[in-house]
Design a protein around this ligand. Sequence first.
Ligand SMILES: [Zn+2]
Length: 492
Amino acid sequence: MNIVKPYRFFLLLLLFACSKGKEVSNTINNPIVPVVVAPKITLPTVAIADTPTSLSSTSIVYNAKILDNGGEGVTNYGICWSKNSTPTLNDFKYNYTGKLIGNFETNVQGLKGGTVYNFASYATNSAGTNYSTIKTVKTPDPINVVNCQLPEMMTRGDVGIGFPRIANRMKSVGTLTINVIFVDFSDAASTKTPQEVYSILTPTAETYFNTVSYGKLNIQFKPNLKWYRMGKPSSDYGWDNLTFNLHKQYIQEAINIADADIDFSGSDAFVIIANPDATKIKNGPAFTASKGAGIKVDGKEFLSSATSGNDLKVWGGLWFNHEFGHDMSLVDLYAYQGSAHRFVGEYSIMGLISGAGQDLFGWEKWILGWLSDDQVVCVNSGVNSALLTPIETAGGTKLFTIPISKTAAIVVESRRAIGYDKNLPKTGPLVYIVDTNIPSGTGTIKVLPIDETDIKKLQSPMVVGQVMNYLNYSIKFVSTDLNGDVVEIKKN
Ligand SMILES: [Zn+2]
């Protein structure tokens, strides 16, 4: 579609109006038969400001104006943009519907930094669509996202959510083959079939990772559906004061027994499922070893594993996803001491397996490689705004990150009541602090506002128009629609 120069239509409009005037004067002496002539509808004319009201590497706000509605109200108006020289309605557009004459504002999100775009405002009535002159703008270069990748401080050594992800942990992208081994005990012989117990795990665990990773992590269990009897009663494995070495001995024993039937050389990992009725094996921790301290079998060393316990009956199959989260380096987001959920409430399966917000934080997904760097907007000055698409769906910009110290950042993401977050009672932008200098179980992530008496945090998502202040930054929830939440960040 071509851009029509508005002045040509203005001239046509004037000529037309003059000739009509003459016709009326020639009928003065004739008998009057009143004829109502419908006003001729012409294309509307529209203008765009010379410079944008605000500009960031991902967004632009332009004022525009409908100068003439062409004889009737316009039905659609807005701004369209393209990397090509002539933007039209077939390109990206920010559209309003309804009748208007006068000024309007357009807030364009989701642009790429360091990119040249052409913008034109437009207006449509029954005669067609007309465009303004074209404005060419180059968005500022984005701040390199590396500036927001907080360093891994190795405060604990086996798990952490800093960059780069801890090398000893499991790969988090691709297909993983995981052996599933079932064990019981002389004092806790299983009364269920291995298949019955396995059905707690599958397909719940595989489906969870496939969904929350946007299809990037594919778990393939290889169950060995028989009970292997352990050498000691369940009460003799030291679960009340389980240490790394006791846990390792338990796993090594189970693997040695099962090794007669299983070739582990092609496996990525294994899990040991204890008879869930064995109350002495009360819980199911992850095993996260460093090189040389792992489980050795079939010529391989396995550094990451998990063993289930009696609480498998409480958590169900998502127990695996929490523990395997550790195997991939994620930290515990609940508190080891004091009120357990005061840091992140019911968000993230690493905070509470059975919470209302079972999806992971966007930061966790970024660490695991499920979000790419270009889905993260790194901010450190000026005004920045972005359309954040919900963390539960694939694609789009997912995170705003603002470094506030060498190890900490403010992070903003959009949460919706869909998928594993379907039980969230309130949705919108969720703001939290990540500090890689704070170890697992002591507040590595804290949801804002920090209120340690609000143990569920389910009222934390912002409402439209709300401004949240933290240190020198103000975070504003500008608007929302089906695509996501527009958030603006300003350094005061
Ligand atoms: Zn844990």
